[in-house]
Design a protein around this ligand. Structure first.
Ligand code: ZN
Length: 354
């Protein structure tokens, strides 16, 4: 075949997005007794896109993968950096200005309202408590857990955490791509320092309110400060492992061990720019298992938050492929269930129980 025809043939046979294969019955059987969870996502890019709510179609993406619980993250970096769409449709260019007092909170509160609208429209239910998720499962409904990716929205005022908790917030990732009032970030430009005084107040208040603390994007000092202070297990929702990739957002073996000692969970991501395919992602998961133990690993897809996913997971978010790969490597149903969400759910129960 001449090269051009070959190309045409290839295009014709390769749809832009492969449909999800039939659910793996072995994985469906595990789901019968385990909550499946995505520890970190940006469904419908709801915090950046100018939309009313997370789309019903996006919730279906999760339902097809039998994911019961999705952590939906609001990042507010764009209030500082620009590059987003306003309510009136106007585009805010990159590199803007210092936000006015109250502006970052207001932007985040608006995104929290979009999650609430997703519930009002009946597309998903509020992951208000672990019990609410178990009830939603019975009705084949997906539960969405509202989260902040970076506590910048608190603007250094603890009242804002109380208010957001009242409005449904259940998880707080302390830091994102900026050093904020709480602590220091993991990525360049690096800065020394851990939790601030306000950060300590935030950790204690989150403990008291039963808000899950997420240390993703926090630097080593901040993580160690959180681990020393928190009365509850914490998570590191999404990232790689330093053993396989020398990347800022990857956790070291010492960090894995420290989070495991705390009873927490590390979410491995399917980031297609760092990891090739599902098999390699499962190598990462296995590394966390070997260093920290089976009780301390989960999955944080970062869905719609990154531009490329590992092969076999793809934009269609094939969570079952990860479980199937673990089963093929000889892990028991119980262990696979822990990775698929059982561990994360256990942490949430612990955080809300006391
Ligand atoms: Zn992130």
């Amino acid at each position: 075949m001449p090269p051009l025809l070959l190309l045409v043939a290839a295009c014709a046979t390769t749809p832009p997005e492969a449909p999800l294969p039939e659910p793996d019955p072995r994985v469906v059987a595990i789901h019968e007794f385990t909550v499946f969870a995505d520890m970190h996502a940006h469904p419908s890019r709801f915090h950046r896109a100018n939309i009313e709510s997370i789309a019903a179609k996006e919730i279906d993406v999760y339902r097809r993968s039998t994911i019961d619980l999705v952590v939906a993250n609001i990042s507010s970096d764009m209030a500082y950096d620009g590059e987003y769409v306003n309510r009136d449709g106007s585009v805010v260019e990159e590199g803007r200005y210092k936000p006015a007092p109250g502006e970052v909170y207001a932007l985040s509160a608006d995104r929290l309202a979009r999650i609430q609208r997703t519930f009002d429209l009946g597309y998903a239910v509020h992951a208000d408590t672990p019990a609410a998720v178990l009830e939603a499962r019975e009705r084949n409904q997906v539960a969405v857990l509202p989260a902040l990716e970076g506590g910048d929205a608190l603007e250094g005022n603890i009242d804002n955490l109380h208010q957001m908790h009242k409005n449904g917030l259940r998880l707080l990732q302390l830091i994102h791509f900026r050093n904020n009032e709480i602590g220091h970030m993991q990525t360049w430009p690096y800065s020394p320092g851990g939790l601030t005084e306000f950060g300590r107040d935030v950790v204690k208040t989150a403990n008291r309110l039963g808000i899950i603390i997420d240390m993703a994007h926090a630097n080593d000092e901040t993580m160690l400060d959180v681990l020393a202070l928190t009365e509850h297990p914490v998570i590191f929702s999404h990232g790689g492992v330093r053993h396989y990739t020398d990347h800022d957002r990857a956790v070291t073996d010492e960090q894995i061990r420290a989070i495991a000692r705390n009873g927490g969970v590390i979410g491995v991501w399917p980031h297609g720019r760092h990891i090739e395919d599902v098999a390699e992602m499962v190598d990462y998961i296995e590394h966390v298992i070997q260093v920290g133990g089976i009780d301390h690993v989960g999955i944080g897809s970062d869905l719609r938050g990154i531009s490329k996913y590992v092969k076999g997971f793809d934009e269609s978010a094939n969570f079952h492929a990860i479980a199937a790969e673990l089963l093929d490597r000889g892990y028991s149903d119980e262990d696979v269930g822990k990775v698929m969400g059982g561990n994360f759910f256990r942490v949430w129960v612990a955080v809300t129980d006391s």
